[in-house]
Design a protein around this ligand. Structure first.
Ligand code: PMP
Length: 290
């Protein structure tokens, strides 16, 4: 595997960052998880746009243009012969001093890794997942805004540990008011009375690219897709439930906190959206090999 770091490719063994990089010392940096399907990078411009929004929020100057980053992601896929894979694009604050002052970091670093991802076992997609709500609440906007896709994922990791301890692979995170925010690495949807519902971003959700793709696909098949605040009660009484994410894609949920959702099997609209999403990934995206 060849890893892109600041304009050069390194072998996996030599792909290293400094111990003085504030990405490592403080989680000061941002990232994107991107997928390649069928020789194309899916939703690349959307990921790059979100990366620049995260950078803006952190007052971090991305040292490459949008266009140059786009080219670098495609090139990293090409040199690694990726047709179907997972791309991790990371910008760190760069090398600084041991104090946390970001102004002491002279140059942010750009890292691009093109590899593979298998987030969940295949059985989850066929039979649905069992998830739980966990005690760790989602970060407040006024503290670390969940819209920033930063390298500081401890809030999510704490929730993931709680889910793992309970024998689950994913956790529903509530916000400090008790409304559903999202999962540790996925957005959450329910179907109720013919409508597709998902928490608004202000509830503490990441602006998920799969989330907005799935909302568009739902509208195309005549299912209204709306943002609304949701409680655990709403989840328990949903007709269907599923999660979305670049890594997870669209994964059905059939049990939450021991409550069976709908029929206990992946719902009809969920299955339609899984197929529609897969169909879209096959034909859309930035070509890697031209
Ligand atoms: N929420 C969180 C916390 C995430 O890390 C992610 C990405 N893995 C998502 C939601 C889903 O976002 P996307 O569809 O853009 O991958």
């Amino acid at each position: 595997m060849k890893v892109f770091i600041d304009g050069k490719f390194y072998s996996q063994r030599d792909a290293k960052v400094s111990v003085f990089d504030h990405g490592l010392l403080y989680g000061d940096g941002i990232f994107e998880g991107i997928r390649a399907y069928n020789g194309r990078v899916f939703k690349l411009d959307e990921h790059i746009e979100r990366l620049f929004c995260s950078a803006k929020a952190l007052l971090l100057k991305v040292p490459m243009s949008r266009r140059a980053l786009n080219r670098a992601v495609v090139e990293t896929c090409r040199v690694n012969h990726v047709r179907d894979g997972y791309i991790r694009l990371v910008i760190t604050r760069g090398v600084g001093t041991l104090g946390l002052n970001p102004n002491r970091c002279k140059k942010p670093s750009v890292i691009i890794i093109a590899g593979k991802i298998q987030l969940y076992p295949q059985s989850f997609y066929a039979k649905g997942m069992d998830i739980i709500t966990v005690p760790t609440v989602r970060n407040l906007h006024s503290a670390v805004n969940p819209a920033i896709k930063s390298l500081n994922y401890l809030n999510n990791i704490l929730a993931k540990i709680e889910a793992n301890n309970a024998g689950c692979e994913e956790a529903v995170m509530l916000n400090s008011e008790g409304y559903v925010a999202e999962c540790t690495g996925d957005n959450l949807f329910i179907m109720k009375a013919g409508q597709l519902l998902t928490p608004p971003l202000y509830a503490g959700a990441l602006y998920g690219i799969t989330r907005s793709t799935v909302m568009d696909l739902a509208r195309e098949i005549g299912v209204p897709a709306l943002e609304t605040t949701l409680t655990r009660y709403d989840l328990f009484n949903a007709d269907e439930c599923f999660l979305t994410g670049t890594g997870a894609e669209v994964v059905p949920v059939v049990r939450i906190d021991g409550r069976v959702i709908g029929s206990g099997r992946p719902g009809r609209v969920t299955r339609q959206l899984v197929s529609a999403y897969h169909a879209l990934t096959k034909v859309s995206g930035e070509p890697i090999y031209v």
